[in-house]
Write a protein that binds this ligand. Structure first.
Ligand SMILES: NC(=O)c1ccc[n+]([C@@H]2O[C@H](COP(=O)([O-])OP(=O)(O)OC[C@H]3O[C@@H](n4cnc5c(N)ncnc54)[C@H](O)[C@@H]3O)[C@@H](O)[C@H]2O)c1
Length: 273
């Protein structure tokens, strides 16, 4: 039997906990969860206890990095750069979930990964269509637009909405709250950063990717629509996300896309772009 890939998870919240369980239940032939770390030590112990293995607890990030072949980052947008830099500098591969934090430092991380000969994986997350976008990017792309539709109440407390005093309870039909480039969208709607960032990194970058944010009283789930126009043709994808069955804090597809990325890493045959 070939050597098991040793995995460590940084961030024991909704995504980290879900992934930890899947690694143990579905990947035991090829991978082993060897370490967990969270800035909140109670969360680290909480997850290790749930998994019935206190040996998984790492007391700091270096401790985790030293033990693993692959770091899975599932923390927050502000933390990902430091974690990724440390992992890559220590010659460890990393899977990044907080894509919105990676985009600001994309060039630096990519250059460091190249220098250290380390792989950085950024799963598609809660959207579909990244495969077609990546292929289209090998030709000339003319336009990429992301339209994110959410129920009005999903925008409660969002800085952009507060600043413009938008009355969410008065929205009775589909209303475009914002349309602009991805960088401005990320600043205005910080909770929407990951999907927009992943799309930008896979395609034509944050300055040229257009983001439209729509409040819709007709829907009860988050919907992401992507339109791509390139020399290779037109692509339209629509993703209606459901919440994770065991973890209502996160969308199911975001977790599954990390699981699918792990499969790509572990399997010799890789299907899809
Ligand atoms: N790519 C996508 O489509 C997608 C979808 C959903 C969430 N996400 C992102 O994935 C990340 C994890 O999401 P979640 O729902 O599990 O969040 P969560 O809040 O449930 O869990 C995050 C955990 O990380 C811990 N943490 C924060 N900073 C840390 C640090 N510096 N070192 C170690 N631990 C730290 C927190 O204590 C918390 O336990 C977030 O950045 C989120 O925005 C991406």
């Amino acid at each position: 039997m070939s050597k098991l890939l040793k995995i460590g998870i940084v961030g024991c919240g909704a995504i980290g906990s879900s992934l930890a369980k899947v690694i143990i239940s579905d990947f035991s032939r090829k991978a082993q969860l060897v370490s967990l770390y969270d800035v909140d030590i109670e969360k680290t112990y909480g997850l290790a206890n749930k998994l019935d293995n206190k040996k998984l607890v790492a007391l700091n990030l270096d401790d985790l990095i030293n033990k693993v072949d692959l770091v899975i980052e599932a923390t927050k947008v502000d933390s990902v750069f430091d974690i990724a830099k440390k992992a890559i500098s220590s010659l460890k591969d990393i899977m990044i979930m907080s894509a919105g934090g990676a985009i600001k430092h994309y060039s630096e991380l990519a250059a460091l990964a190249e220098e250290k000969n380390v792989r950085v994986f950024i799963p598609s997350g809660a959207i579909s269509g990244i495969d077609g976008l990546k292929a289209s990017a090998c030709s000339k792309i003319h336009k990429v637009t992301l339209t994110t539709k959410k129920p009005p109440k999903a925008f409660l407390g969002v800085p952009y909405v507060l600043k413009r005093k938008i009355r969410l309870d008065n929205i009775n039909e589909e209303t475009v709250l914002f349309e602009g480039d991805c960088l401005t969208a990320i600043r205005a709607f910080p909770q929407n950063v990951n999907v927009a960032a992943t799309l930008s990194m896979a395609g034509i970058g944050p300055e040229l990717t257009i983001v439209r944010i729509v409040a819709s009283p007709k829907i009860d789930k988050n919907i992401h629509e992507i339109e791509i126009e390139s020399d290779a043709g037109k692509i339209f994808s629509r993703t209606e996300n459901l919440i994770h069955p065991e973890n209502p804090k996160t969308s199911y597809l975001a977790v599954l896309s990390a699981v699918a990325t792990l499969k790509q890493i572990l399997n010799p045959v890789k299907i899809g772009t």
